[in-house]
Design a protein around this ligand. Structure first.
Ligand SMILES: C[S@@+](CC[C@H](N)C(=O)[O-])C[C@H]1O[C@@H](n2cnc3c(N)ncnc32)[C@H](O)[C@@H]1O
Length: 287
C-alpha cells in the first residue's frame, strides 16, 4: 500500500526488514547491553568515529557527504516510523533528510534572537554541520561538544575541510561536564540521539544546561516513558531500549528539572524513527 508516495508497512511486516522483532520477542538471542564508559569508547570512540577519523585524516580533501557515505550505506532501503504515516520503507538518505526536516522546523523557531547553535553529544558533527547549511541557521556561530576524543577530532577535521568554523569541546552527560568551549548566552542548545547513552539521567541535567543561559533547549531523543504500554508497538520500543541499555528517565528527568527552575516544558512524543523501534520525541524547554 502507498501513502504520501511511501511504501507502507504493517507492524507484522517489520519482521521482513528488521532483525529486531525476533530479538525483542526472544526468538533470536541478543545479549543485553550495558552502556558504560568502555562500551561507548568501543562503539563510538574506536569502531565508528575512530575508524572514520583514521581514514579521513589521510585524505587531502573531502566533503561531509564523503564521511556520511562511509559511515553508512545511504542507498539501503530501510523500515522507518513516522507519527503521521506509521511504518514505511524508504532509502536511508531520504530517512536522514526527513529527520533533518523535523530538526530544522523545531530549531528555527528560536533563531531570531539567538547568538549561536550548540550541539551536545554531537558525534562527528553531522547534524550541526547540515543544519548550518540551511538559510535559517547560516548566520549563527557553531559550537559542538562530544564525549569521545575521536568524535571531537573528526569534527575539527571536517570543519577544516569544508571551511566552516566550529568551536569544539568535550561534554559528558553522566557527570554533567563541559570543557574546551564557552557557550555564549542566548544560544540554542540541542541534543540528538545522545542523552540516552547514560545509565540514569541526573535531575540536575536541566540546571546544568540552564547555567549557559540559552534561549531554548531542544532534545531530539527517544523517551522510554513516552512509549505506550497499552500497544504492542509501544511495548516493543520499551523492550528495545531495555535490551540496548538505554536511559529510561530522559523525559521525566527533564520535566522535573524544568519544574525546579520554572522553565516552560513542551513534549511532542514519538515523532519519527529511522529505526522504527527507537523513534525520537522532541522535548523543548525555554528558561
Ligand atoms: C548515536 S550518536 C549521535 C551523534 C549525533 N548527535 C547525531 O545525531 O548524529 C551518539 C553520540 O552520543 C555520544 N555520547 C555517548 N555517551 C555520552 C555522554 N555520556 N555524554 C555526551 N555524549 C555522549 C557518543 O559518543 C556519540 O557521539
Amino acid at each position: 500500500m502507498k501513502r504520501q508516495n511511501k511504501e507502507i508497512l504493517s507492524l507484522n511486516d517489520l519482521a521482513l526488514y528488521s532483525e529486531w522483532p525476533a530479538r525483542l520477542l526472544s526468538i533470536d538471542f541478543f545479549r543485553k547491553k550495558e552502556k558504560n564508559h568502555s562500551e561507548i569508547v568501543r562503539e563510538f570512540g574506536n569502531d565508528k568515529w575512530g575508524k572514520l577519523l583514521d581514514f579521513f585524516k589521510k585524505e587531502s580533501s573531502f566533503l561531509l557527504s564523503d564521511v556520511e557515505n562511509m559511515e553508512k550505506d545511504l542507498d539501503k532501503i530501510i523500515p522507518c516510523y513516522d507519527h503521521s504515516i506509521g511504518f514505511y520503507l524508504t532509502q536511508s538518505r531520504l530517512a536522514d533528510l526527513e529527520v533533518l526536516q523535523y530538526y530544522k522546523k523545531a530549531l528555527s523557531k528560536y533563531v531570531e534572537n539567538a547568538s549561536c547553535l550548540v550541539e551536545l553529544g554531537a558525534g562527528y558533527g553531522n547534524k550541526i554541520f547540515k543544519l548550518s547549511e540551511h538559510k535559517s541557521f547560516k548566520h549563527l556561530d557553531l559550537y559542538a561538544a562530544e564525549y569521545t576524543d575521536s568524535g571531537c577530532d573528526l569534527i575539527s577535521l571536517i570543519s577544516k575541510n569544508i571551511n566552516k568554523n566550529i568551536n569544539v569541546g568535550k561534554c559528558d552527560f553522566n557527570n554533567l561536564s563541559l570543557s574546551g568551549i564557552k557557550i555564549p548566552e542566548n544560544s540554542i542548545i540541542f541534543t540528538s540521539y545522545a542523552v540516552h547513552y547514560v545509565t540514569e539521567l541526573k535531575l540536575d541535567f536541566v540546571k546544568f544546561l540552564d547555567q549557559f543561559k540559552p534561549i531554548a533547549v531542544i532534545h531530539f531523543e527517544p523517551c522510554y516513558e513516552y512509549f505506550d504500554e497499552k500497544t504492542t508497538y509501544g511495548l516493543m520500543c520499551k523492550r528495545y531500549m531495555d535490551l540496548n541499555g538505554y536511559t529510561k528517565n530522559i523525559a521525566t528527568s527533564i520535566q522535573d528539572g524544568c519544574k525546579k527552575i520554572s522553565a516552560n516544558f513542551t513534549a511532542h512524543k514519538n515523532i519519527h524513527g529511522s529505526n522504527p523501534f527507537l523513534p525520537f520525541s522532541i522535548i523543548e524547554w525555554t528558561p
